[in-house]
Design a protein around this ligand. Structure first.
Ligand SMILES: [Fe+2]
Ligand SMILES: [Fe+2]
Length: 279
């Protein structure tokens, strides 16, 4: 193994625009940056709502190692059934006991490392699931950093930045990275926390930013103005910006050595992690 592993985490794919951009770009990104491990949040991949089995397979074939989700995980009813057949599709771990699927798994990266991925969901301004901090704690107790896993990546799918920051500090020094998802808008607070955990409040979406959170603007705007639904939400179909975060994880400690955004295409400013281009 090299002295560190390279992980790319892509935020919520929204509809066809985000989905096809990721499927098209991922094989090239894996090769260009010699990625060891790729996580994709796919909760909005199917027309903005959930993920079908066909789309899941396309993402895995394109080079995603794990697909995480969030509050939209079961928007496509078929997911309730097929999720049991795919270890690589995670749903938030703190859903009630008996919910189909799993919220965590141990996966082998391209460099041979064992990566524990945990998907958890916040409770502030969201559904009242089980308490996420204790749910994550239980996983870390069962499979700790460097005792069981070479790296631990947590997708914390939450609305409130306060809850996400709290989760970051809760696992600081015990996980490689806490990556926030769900708000679809990238934050500029990527950092390595004092004890070594890589952190960002929200990675942002992979979707068309000429939109409201990836959805065509007309219906959201209409609902804010009139409070009366007049149609369905439909994903915006313009060119997507891929919002991702790049993390280098130290082989010796399992902690983050570097973290920076990678943004490609569409309307947002483009950015590429220096530590991936200068080596
Ligand atoms: Fe989302
Ligand atoms: Fe969400």
């Amino acid at each position: 193994m090299a002295a560190f592993m390279r992980v790319l985490f892509l935020g919520d794919l929204v509809g066809r625009s985000g989905r096809s951009a990721v499927i098209e770009a991922l094989p090239g990104l894996r090769e260009r940056y010699r990625l060891d491990f790729v996580v994709v949040n796919g909760e909005n991949a199917a027309g903005g709502f959930g993920i079908t089995e066909t789309i899941l397979v396309e993402l895995l074939d394109a080079g995603a190692d794990v697909v995480t989700t969030g509050n939209h995980v079961f928007d496509q009813r078929e997911t309730l059934v097929y999720i049991e057949r795919y270890d690589r599709l995670l749903r938030p771990i703190n859903y009630p006991q008996g919910t189909p699927g799993k919220g965590a798994g141990l996966f082998k990266a391209a460099n041979g490392a064992q990566v524990l991925v945990i998907n958890a969901m916040g409770r502030v301004f969201m559904a009242d699931l089980d308490e996420p901090f204790r749910a994550v704690e239980k996983e870390l107790e069962a499979c700790g950093l460097k005792t069981c896993a070479d790296a631990i990546i947590i997708d914390f799918h939450a609305e409130a930045t306060s809850e996400k920051e709290a989760m970051g500090f809760f696992v600081d020094g015990r996980a490689s990275a806490v990556i926030g998802t769900h708000t679809h808008v990238p934050t500029a607070d990527e950092q390595i926390l004092p004890r070594g955990t890589g952190y960002i409040s929200d990675v942002g979406m992979c979707g068309d930013f000429n939109s409201v959170l990836g959805m065509d603007k007309d219906e959201p705007l209409n609902r804010f103005l009139t409070k009366i639904p007049s149609g369905r939400y439909a994903p915006a179909l313009g060119e997507a910006t891929l919002c991702a975060i790049a993390i280098d994880i130290d082989d010796a400690t399992g902690l983050a050595r570097a973290i920076a955004p990678l943004r490609i295409g569409g309307r947002l400013s483009q950015t590429e992690p220096k530590f991936w281009t200068e080596t």
